[in-house]
Ligand binder design. Structure first.
Ligand code: NAD
Length: 322
C-alpha cells in the first residue's frame, strides 16, 4: 500500500531509525478512551499508514493486552513489508500489576510478539518505571532486555514514565548506549513543557526522545478527558475553559496542541492516541499545516494565558519521589 503524504521523518537518537513526527499511540485500541470496533481499529491504522505514519506504540497493559492484539491484526492487514513500519511495545506493567523481574520481562516479549503477530519489535520499553525499583531496572531489567536484543527479539531498549527524574536516575547508572530511547508523556504540551529542560541532557547521553500525550490524555480536546484522568480539578477546569475559548472563535484546541508539541525537532515523534480515521486525518493535517503555514500564534497565546495559573502542574505517579 502506497503512503500519500510527506509527513516529516525524524531520526531517533542513535538508532538509525527515522520516525514519522506524528506517531500512532495505540492505547485507544485497548478501549482505554471508550469502545472501538475491530473494523474501526483496522481502518484507523490503515489510514495512519497511508498518510505517512510509520511508528506505532502499544503495551500489554493497554486494555489488558487488547491493544496489542488489535494493533497486530491491523498491521497484518496492511499487507506491507515488516520493515515499512516501526513498532514499540512495553514490559513490566500489566493489568495484574508491576513486575520488572528478568524472568517476567523475558516471558513478556514472547507473549507480546505472539499477540502482535511479529518476529521482533523495534523498541521494547520498561513501562512506567517509577512504579518499580529503579535499581532493579538498572541492575536486572535492562540487562535482561540486552539479552533479548542479542536474541534478535527487540532492536532497541527504552524506558518510560511520568516523573522526569526517573530518566536521569537510570541514564546516570547504565553503561552509555544501553538505553536507546526514553518515552516521556504529558510533559511537552501547552499546559506542561517541562521536558524541554531535560533535552540537552538527553542529547548528551545520545538517547532518542519520544514525547507522548500532546493532548494531555484528553485535557486539550473539546470532549475533555476520560473519567480516570489524574489531573486536579483546577487543571481540568482551566483546560475546559481553554477548549471553550477556542471553540468560541471557531478553532480546535486539539489542532493547536498537536502543533505546539511538534515544533521542537529534538523530539523525534509525538505520540498521539487515535481511535478513528477522522482523528488520524486531523492530526496529520495539523502537522502538514504547521510545516507549510506555521502555528496559530494568536490562539496559542490566548490558550497559554488561560492556562498560565496551572502551567507545569502535574500529578503524583509512582512509589518514589523523583
Ligand atoms: P493523548 O494526549 O494522545 O490523547 C488521546 C485522546 O485524545 C484520546 O481520547 C483520543 O481519542 C483523543 N484525540 C486524538 N486526536 C484527537 C483530535 N484530533 N481531536 C480530538 N480528540 C483527539 O493521550 P494518550 O493516548 O494517553 O497518549 C498517546 C500515546 O502515547 C498512547 O496511546 C500510548 O501509546 C503512549 N503513552 C505512553 C505512556 C507510557 O509509556 N507511560 C503514557 C502515556 C501515553
Amino acid at each position: 500500500m502506497a503512503t500519500e503524504s510527506k509527513l516529516e521523518l525524524r531520526e531517533l537518537g542513535k538508532t538509525g531509525m527515522k520516525l514519522s513526527c506524528v506517531g500512532f499511540g495505540a492505547s485507544p485500541l485497548g478501549n482505554v478512551f471508550g469502545p472501538v470496533s475491530g473494523e474501526d481499529a483496522i481502518a484507523t491504522v490503515r489510514e495512519a499508514f497511508r498518510l505517512g505514519i510509520n511508528f506505532f506504540d502499544t503495551s500489554p497493559y493497554y486494555g489488558g493486552t487488547l491493544s496489542e492484539k488489535v494493533l497486530g491484526k491491523a498491521l497484518q492487514a496492511l499487507g506491507v513489508p515488516r520493515s515499512d513500519y516501526i513498532v514499540s511495545t512495553k514490559c513490566g506493567r500489566y493489568v495484574e500489576g508491576f513486575d520488572f523481574s528478568a524472568e517476567r520481562v523475558t516471558r513478556s516479549i514472547d507473549e507480546s510478539l505472539e499477540r502482535l503477530k511479529l518476529d521482533y519489535v523495534d523498541i521494547l520499553q520498561c513501562h512506567d518505571i517509577e512504579f518499580g525499583s529503579l535499581d532493579q531496572i538498572v541492575n536486572e531489567t535492562i540487562p535482561a532486555l540486552q539479552k533479548l536484543k542479542e536474541a534478535g527479539k527487540i532492536r532497541f531498549i527504552g524506558i518510560t514514565g511520568l516523573p522526569l527524574g526517573i530518566f536521569t536516575y537510570v541514564l546516570d547508572r547504565v553503561p552509555p548506549g544501553t538505553v536507546d530511547v526514553i518515552l516521556s508523556y504529558c510533559h511537552h504540551s501547552i499546559n506542561d513543557s517541562t521536558l524541554e529542560d531535560l533535552l540537552p541532557y538527553l542529547k548528551s547521553k545520545g538517547v532518542g526522545v519520544i514525547s507522548a500525550s500532546p493532548l494531555a490524555m484528553g485535557l486539550l480536546t473539546e470532549n475533555g478527558p476520560p473519567e480516570w484522568h489524574p489531573a486536579s480539578p483546577e487543571l481540568k477546569s482551566a483546560c475546559r475553559a481553554a477548549a471553550a475559548h477556542c471553540k468560541g472563535k471557531g478553532k480546535n484546541i486539539s489542532k493547536i496542541a498537536m502543533q505546539y508539541s511538534l515544533i521542537n525537532k529534538e523530539i523525534s515523534s509525538v505520540l498521539v492516541g487515535m481511535n478513528s480515521v477522522s482523528q488520524v486525518k486531523e492530526n496529520v493535517a495539523a502537522a502538514m499545516e504547521l510545516a507549510t503555514a506555521g502555528k496559530d500564534e494568536e490562539t496559542l497565546g490566548e490558550i497559554e494565558a488561560i492556562l498560565q495559573p496551572v502551567k507545569n502542574q502535574t500529578w503524583p505517579s509512582g512509589i518514589q519521589k523523583s
